[in-house]
Ligand binder design. Structure first.
Ligand code: GRF
Length: 226
């Protein structure tokens, strides 16, 4: 059964673009069914529309707390029978409620070699600290910030002539190569998690994908189609 996935964004969406391009080439064997944005002005929404992908936008200010946002999103993910989620520059912390609904089914990209330089400024923090190597981590999302089991990592050298800008460019290039690979592996059910360790399998794990059997609920009013 082909899985369906959603990409969550808040801004530029260059990782979303890398995933769309890889998907177009047939490298990701799952359906990119939905892009959700926490920001009406996110450039990533334009990328999604150009690719003909359905988009939904919400304004966090319309909600009183994080869980009510996540409840609405989960309703819509179930309506679309989404199997897994790809966070691509989504600038919001998911609540435990959300994560419990998608255990080991949420991916994130972080611009450092975790567990170093967690948080919102991974590139700058590594640069300022003076490390000679930093990198990119693709990991599963759990309830702690930038903490879930690591799927792929690659390093990036910081040379003397690098500026924060040149370093950011190098990091993004690695992200755009690594993230579609991880999405493809999850789509093919080739990631096995044991404790914190993730093994990449040659053949798919026996499918644990359960079809979501639920009556369709109407789209929450605060989630609008762009
Ligand atoms: C990336 O650097 C990613 O590592 C971080 O947010 C940035 C998103 O960039 N989580 P983009 O929106 O995909 O261009």
């Amino acid at each position: 059964m082909t899985q369906k996935f959603a990409v969550f964004i808040s801004g530029n969406g260059s990782n979303l673009q890398a995933i769309i391009d890889s998907h177009t080439k047939g490298e990701i064997k799952a359906q990119l069914a939905l892009v959700i944005s926490s920001n009406q002005k996110a450039f990533g929404l334009k990328r999604a529309e150009k690719a003909g992908i359905k988009t939904l936008v919400f304004d966090p200010h319309n909600y009183t707390n994080r869980q009510s946002v996540d409840r609405d999103i989960v309703i819509e993910l179930k309506n679309h029978k989404i199997d897994f989620i790809v966070l691509a520059g989504y600038m919001r912390l998911l609540t435990p409620y959300f994560i419990k609904n998608y255990p080991n089914k949420i991916l994130n990209v972080h611009p450092s070699l975790l567990p170093s330089f967690k948080g919102a400024n991974g590139i700058k923090d590594a640069f300022t600290y003076g490390v000679k190597q930093t990198g990119v981590t693709i990991h599963f999302v759990n309830e702690k910030l930038d903490n879930g089991p690591i799927i792929l990592q690659d390093s990036v050298k910081i040379n003397e002539e690098d500026t924060l800008e040149t370093l950011a460019e190098k990091i993004h290039r690695v992200e755009h190569r690594l993230y579609p690979q991880a999405v493809a592996l999850l789509a093919e059910n080739r990631l096995k998690i044991k404790g914190r360790r993730v093994t990449i399998l040659d053949k798919p794990l026996e499918s644990e994908v359960k079809e979501v059997k639920k009556e369709k609920t109407s789209t929450p009013a605060n989630l609008v189609r762009k």
